[in-house]
Design a protein around this ligand. Structure first.
Ligand code: ZN
Length: 268
């Protein structure tokens, strides 16, 4: 059994089986030392991992759904309204995500994805707001979480991270009641749309960001990926391997972004 697992089980024992919610008599210095950090030790051992897939529904969405389902790993899909509406295949994949709501959540990633022209998109914040509202109407995501196209911005209850370029839009979206969630790390893709880093390198990065406390929210880590990276079986095996490696760590829990702490309440 891993050392961290033993520590975790021990902390659980202390929390659940000692009287007074884990409080011990502080009669000796050693007991005092044990007493104080009990809850914090337990909290710090659980690490919440949020897999997020952007820009679907496209080729690769199906493999992403299948791999996550095989691992029973929760994930969030940031969908583009235009991609959902332009084909029957897109609509089917969209329904597949919605139907698996015990495991997956679908969120708004705009209607147009700025048509790839990000500066113009962000320089016209009112038009950009309408673009998101159109996607919200089309996708009906059952939540108020969105992600900006081509920009790692955040706006939740206590946290705002937005460059000057996107800030006017972020403020408009905030007033309209949306949460904006970016990412802590990205599994990048090359010019052919294939994953750059190995699964082992991704897991090593996850481990190190948690260890160094370099995430937007402590012990919560959002991984950005793109559905299209996994369109071939060779590359979907990379995703399979990465998730399996993360699941070897019993302290890593996969969550949907609707479970991220500090979200503003739903608009609905
Ligand atoms: Zn995107």
């Amino acid at each position: 059994m891993a050392h961290s697992t033993i520590l975790y089980l021990f902390s659980q024992f202390l929390v659940h089986f000692l009287p007074m919610g884990g409080k011990m008599e502080a009669s000796t210095p050693s007991k005092l030392a044990l007493n104080r950090p009990l809850i914090r030790v337990e909290d710090s051992l659980i690490k919440h991992v949020y897999l997020s897939f952007d820009d679907g529904p496209v080729l690769g969405t199906k493999n992403s759904i299948v791999v996550c389902s095989n691992h029973n790993a929760s994930a969030t899909f940031f969908e583009v309204g235009l991609h959902q509406s332009r084909s029957n295949a897109g609509k089917k994949l969209y329904k597949n995500i919605l139907e698996k709501d015990s495991l997956f959540v679908l969120c708004n990633h705009s209607f147009s994805h700025a048509y790839g022209k990000y500066k113009a998109f962000y320089h016209a914040p009112r038009a950009a707001l309408r673009d998101f509202m159109l996607a919200q109407k089309l996708l009906q995501p059952k939540n108020n979480i969105l992600r900006l196209p081509g920009n790692n911005a955040w706006n939740i209850k206590e946290t705002e991270r937005a460059s000057g370029l996107v800030r006017p839009l972020v403020r408009l979206l905030d007033s309209a009641g949306f949460n904006i969630i970016g990412w802590d790390m990205e599994w990048r893709f090359n010019k052919k749309g294939r994953p750059v880093q190995s699964p082992e390198a991704i897991v090593a990065l996850v481990d190190s960001l948690f260890k160094l406390n370099q995430t937007v929210t402590k012990n919560h880590l959002v991984i950005l990926m793109h559905d299209h990276m996994f369109k071939t079986s060779v590359d979907s095996i990379q995703l399979d391997k990465m998730i399996a490696l993360l699941q070897r760590n019993p302290n890593y829990h996969f969550e949907k972004l609707t479970q991220y702490p500090g979200l503003k309440h739903s608009m609905n």
